[in-house]
Write a protein that binds this ligand. Sequence first.
Ligand SMILES: [Zn+2]
Length: 461
Amino acid sequence: MTSLSFNFSSADRLTQQVEEQFDAELARLRDLVAIPSVAWESFDLSQVERSALKVQELALEAGFEQVEILRASYGQGKEGMPAVVAQKPAAEGYPTFLLYAHHDVQPAGDPALWETEPFEATRVGDRLFGRGTADDKAGIMVHLAAVRALWQVLGEDFKVGVTLFIEGEEEAGSPSFEAFLETYRQKLAADYIVVADSANWKEGVPALTTGLRGVISADISVRVASHAVHSGMFGGPLLDAPTVLVQLLASLHDSQGSVAVEGLIHAPEPEVEYNTEDFRRDSGILPSMKLAGRGSLTSRLWAQPALSLIGMDITPVDSSSNTIAASARARISLRLAPGQDPAQAHLFLEKHLEAQNIHGAQLTYQAIDSGQPYQAELEGEGAQLALAALEEAWGLEAVATGMGGSIPFIASFKEAYPQAQILITGVEDPDTRAHSANESLYLPDFKKAIVAEAIMLAAKS
Ligand SMILES: [Zn+2]
């Protein structure tokens, strides 16, 4: 797949070095996982401060001399969560790599669903279980371990510049991200941006993520009457608001389960295919359920829009009575194919709902969120370097994959540093269950990810 050639002459020494230091890296990862650093306002935010301090300590230990904890102001006098920024300047004439990961995590969710303690990294076979073991505390450790190995093996010949940037609010939607790039634009400037927050193709098969879907969300409210009334007295001519709303929502998909909103685009067909049995196993879909949509599974996951109903405000069953509800509200989330403009997608969605509002309800569409999709230039030197380094570390050709999820800040990086090449790597795999109970990291691939990153930086040193 790769057409350029790179100097990987230190690959064997780096591989051996990573092997030697690996147990210590795992211990450091366990320390990070032990801190429940959820950056949501309803959680104990002092834990995010603790994890920032821990990352700072680990960065100093890895050999960085200058390590700062920084934050940016945004909105009306709000302060972002603490990010850790460490710098090793480039030798004259050598490029700089910005290494990104995040130290905040998703909440653990229902503890009953976990088979191990969420904030106590627990090894079972080849996997390490715990919240953040993969997303994204392993990403932090890939960067730190690679840098440590490079100092050990290359010493003075470790010439590329490295800027470590560990964000503290990714799972909270990165509210101060753009302000942060604005405030520290000079400090974070780089030739390559390595984002270690994505996934490999499957256990044992490396991938570079070259496409990301965008995402928008919106609230749809309907009102059918000025107040709720008795269904015995008015039911018949007056439809209740939830019924009108679910009819509207049902119109968003066609009978095969493809999104039916006119104007939404599909990106080109991906080169790889996701095996149907693998998808069924990884997703937990019931055997009786048909797979929705059309085209290859990878196209449906990466290159087509996907719409989910993620919340609804109607009367809960336990407090229901024979009443015709006057209003109802739903929140939908719409994933967008690479190439789709989020602002346009909002317009298409709103237009669709207005056209489908056949009963004449008072309809309100409120845009909540917008995240840009992303498409990498696969032919670029950076992407070629990353693919070659992954292949070298795994001894196996790397797959260029799309990703169904979205990393909206990638577009912010692209905007702030148009010249930089963005390389999206990661340690997750289809069974990682990021954001869900029993999140885990596949350790053999974690080790290889460290080697690959070290090889990549060495090739430019
Ligand atoms: Zn993440």
